[in-house]
Structures are given as structure tokens and as C-alpha cells.
Design a protein around this ligand. Structure first.
Ligand code: URA
Length: 438
């Protein structure tokens, strides 16, 4: 038995922690035997000294075991797989991916997060669907996954409670940006859902947590190594967040884009590329296909034959929404009072987007939050967003704003226009997918 300051001192001085010390730290997080000051000091020591892979594995497993760990054995006979994204603006990929992969025969129990700061959250997007309960009981969640192949719900207090306290202290001690701590935070929650395999979508760019490729690679490598070390078959894709993903950013507007994507009405090409790449990785990791090409073909088939759309609708019904959402969604979803065009102020090519600023413009409209207690207005956001590389002439619509008031709309238009560059000459646009890490 160590006293907290001995464990902190060991880490501060650069000594690797033993499993016993790590278990004691996590126990201290849950029981309060580590005070806030001691947790903060420990987080800073980890931030400064880093952690070896086996320390990160031990921290992840201890945090995972601090709460309920789902077990699908003797309940579901099939591969259990999930995807996690480090987040961005317009990232509605989970909403499409989960039903697609379920339609191909895997089971996807997905725990999603709320938006914070410039990044949106899948839980908030789902809450714009009338009746949708993102907090069902764990039994209801498990039964839904068993019945239809997937369920997407919000983070619960039962899963990895140690992370909740550690994260709230990291948030106020300038230790959020530690790769070992981000790794353990993400994976403790994900692995608590009892996965066989996981695919990470590590976003890179001016709208992502990681703004440099080196940092994105380091995080992807850390997560892949730790998750595999913890026994979960994991790979990662590094994908672009130097522009909004898809044509919308907000909550209800992203649900509309999701339905239009699943039903084939509109599939924005960059978004489609990310969804297909991740679906193929998930199907390969689940041994449903032999290679990525087959995975892509199977995922495309699940879209084309309507099965993925059907599963999305069933999931909404099972979790409290209407039974016919695919036909009634436009009447069901809340709409904003004011909708205005955002027009190009000059002719040329869209060459840059300050993606983070566009995310913050959604927050300013009321569609996101700066602290965990804020309420979200599901109706607001941006639609009809034109991607980088598009040639426009002055006056063309480059996006539309959905706002509560005329003033909000005008402010958002000014923010959007200053976040987008239009230049006379085209420049090279970043790839959609940078790298796969396995
Ligand atoms: N997301 C998490 O869940 N945890 C982190 O530490 C960072 C992002």
C-alpha cells in the first residue's frame, strides 16, 4: 500500500508506475482517497513524464474496471465492433456507420458523447429526434443491439466512472492534451462496452483536437497499441478535419443529412469516402470480409438495398422515436425561425475553411455548448456547405444559416464568411484519408 504522494513522486521523477500503483490511483479516483489536488498533481506528472505502453494498458484497464463492463457472451453470437472519432465539425459518421455495419452482420453497441466547444456530439444530434431516449437502461440498450444489430446511446455513469472525475480535473489543470491520458480516457469508456474490435477515426486539421499530423499519428499509435495490448483488435484511420465534413453542421440538420445519406437522396463525396473506409475497416476487423475492397462493396450494398436505412429507422423506434422516421423526419425535426443564404463575396475557388471557427459559430447560434450544463438548440446550424476546391462566382450560395433570430443569423453569416477564403487560384486540397495505422 502506497500513500498518494509516493505514487505522484515516482511519476514526477520519471519512474514507471507498477500495476499496483496504477490500480491504487484509479481506486483513489473513485473512492476519493486521492484528493482533487493529488489527482491534479498526478495528471500533471503523467503529462510531463508520459507513460510506457504497459502503464497505459494498466491505466486503461483499471479505469475500465472502475464501473460496469458489458459482457455479450451467451447473449449475442456475432462480432461486437465499434468506431470512435476524436471529433470535429459536421462529423455525423457514427449515425451512418453503425446501421451500415449492423446491416452487414456485425453488432455495434455505440456509446456516444455530447458536443463540447467547437466539436459536435452524436448524443446531441440524436436528441433532436422527438422521443429518442439517449439514456435507456443498460438492459434496454443490450436488447436493442441484440434485436436490430446496433444502438447508439449517451455515455452513462455506470461505464468507466473513474474517467469522469479524472477528466473534470484535467479540464481545469491544463492536462487535457496528454496522449497517455487521452488514450486511457477514450479507451476505458469504449472497452467497457465489451468490444471484440474497434476502429479509431483520428481527425487531423484546423477543426480537430490534433492540428498536426505528427500529433495525430502519435495519438493513433498510442490508442492502437494500448487497445491491442488490452486484447481488443484495433486499427485507426487518420482523416481530414480541415473543412466541415459533409454539407451540414448542427444537430437536426445533421440528422437530415444522415437520412438523406442512408436513403440515397444525397451522399456528399468526402463524407461517403470516410464512411466507406471506416465501414470496411470494421467489417475486416470483424472477420466478415477478407479484405478492405470486399468490405467497401458489402457496405455499399447495405446502403443500396435499403437495409442500413431500415436499421436506422428501427433503432429510432426501439429507443423511443417514431416508427416511420424515414418518411416523417422533415415534419418531425425542429426547424429554425430564420434561414438565410450565405453568398460568396467574390469569385474564385474556396481554398480554406477555419473549421474550428465554423464550429464556434454553431455554438454562438445556440447549437453547441461551452460548458457541460448548457442547453442546446437543436434547430440551428449550417446547411448547403460547399467544400474546399469549389469554384464559385460572386453571389453564389456557399452555405445557409439556420438561426433563432435575424441578429443571430447575421452574426453567423459574418463569422462564416470570415472563416472561408475564396482565392483566384486553386490550391491543393488535403486528402480525405491520410493514413491507416494498425
Ligand atoms: N475524449 C475523451 O473522451 N477523453 C479525452 O481525454 C479526450 C477526448
Amino acid at each position: 500500500m502506497y500513500i498518494p504522494q509516493d505514487i505522484i513522486r515516482d511519476k514526477r521523477d520519471g519512474n514507471p508506475l507498477t500495476q499496483t500503483q496504477i490500480n491504487q490511483f484509479v481506486d483513489g479516483l473513485v473512492t476519493g482517497k486521492f484528493t482533487d489536488a493529488q489527482v491534479g498533481a498526478m495528471a500533471m506528472a503523467i503529462f510531463q513524464q508520459g507513460m510506457a505502453n504497459d502503464e497505459k494498458v494498466a491505466l486503461t484497464l483499471a479505469m475500465m474496471n472502475s464501473g460496469t463492463v458489458l459482457n455479450w457472451q451467451n447473449f449475442i453470437d456475432g462480432p461486437i465492433v465499434d468506431k470512435h472519432s476524436t471529433g470535429g465539425v459536421g462529423d455525423k459518421v457514427s449515425l451512418m456507420l453503425a446501421p451500415i455495419v449492423a446491416a452487414c452482420g456485425a453488432y455495434v453497441p455505440m456509446i456516444s458523447g455530447r458536443g463540447l466547444g467547437h466539436t459536435g456530439g452524436t448524443s446531441d444530434k440524436l436528441e433532436s429526434i422527438p422521443g429518442f431516449n439517449i439514456h435507456p437502461s443498460l438492459d434496454h440498450f443490450k436488447n436493442t443491439v441484440k434485436k436490430i444489430g446496433t444502438a447508439i446511446i449517451s455515455q452513462t455513469d455506470d461505464l468507466a466512472p473513474a474517467d469522469k472525475r479524472l477528466y473534470s480535473i484535467r479540464d481545469v489543470t491544463a492536462t487535457v492534451e496528454s496522449i497517455p491520458l487521452i488514450t486511457a480516457s477514450i479507451l476505458s469508456k469504449k472497452l467497457a462496452t465489451g468490444l471484440d474490435s474497434l476502429v479509431m477515426d483520428v481527425k487531423i486539421g484546423n477543426g480537430a483536437m490534433m492540428t498536426s499530423l505528427d500529433d495525430a499519428k502519435a495519438l493513433a499509435r498510442s490508442i492502437v497499441d494500448v487497445a491491442n495490448g488490452a486484447g481488443v483488435n484495433t486499427s485507426a484511420l487518420i482523416t481530414d478535419m480541415n473543412q466541415v465534413l459533409g454539407k451540414t453542421a448542427g444537430n437536426a440538420v445533421e440528422i437530415i443529412e444522415t437520412v438523406d445519406y442512408l436513403t440515397g437522396k444525397c451522399r456528399e463525396p468526402r463524407l461517403h469516402q470516410v464512411v466507406m473506409a471506416l465501414a470496411a475497416q470494421m467489417l475486416l476487423a470483424s472477420n466478415i470480409v477478407q479484405d478492405l475492397q470486399q468490405g467497401r462493396a458489402l457496405a455499399q450494398q447495405a446502403l443500396d438495398n435499403g437495409k442500413a436505412a431500415e436499421i436506422f429507422e428501427q433503432m429510432i423506434f426501439e429507443l423511443g422515436g417514431s416508427a416511420s422516421f424515414l418518411t416523417t423526419y422533415e415534419q418531425e425535426l425542429t426547424t429554425a425561425n430564420v434561414v438565410k443564404d450565405i453568398c460568396a463575396s467574390q469569385s474564385g475557388f474556396i481554398t480554406a475553411m477555419q473549421t474550428r471557427d465554423i464550429g464556434m459559430a454553431v455554438v454562438a447560434l445556440g447549437g453547441g455548448r461551452l460548458d457541460h450544463h448548457q442547453q442546446v438548440d437543436h434547430s440551428v446550424g449550417f446547411t448547403d456547405i460547399l467544400p474546399k476546391g469549389t469554384q464559385v462566382i460572386a453571389g453564389d450560395i456557399i452555405a445557409r444559416v439556420h438561426a433563432k433570430t435575424e441578429d443571430d443569423a447575421n452574426n453567423a453569416i459574418a463569422q462564416y464568411l470570415s472563416a472561408v477564403n475564396i482565392s483566384a487560384t486553386i490550391i491543393e486540397i488535403e486528402p480525405v484519408i491520410y493514413q491507416e495505422i494498425s
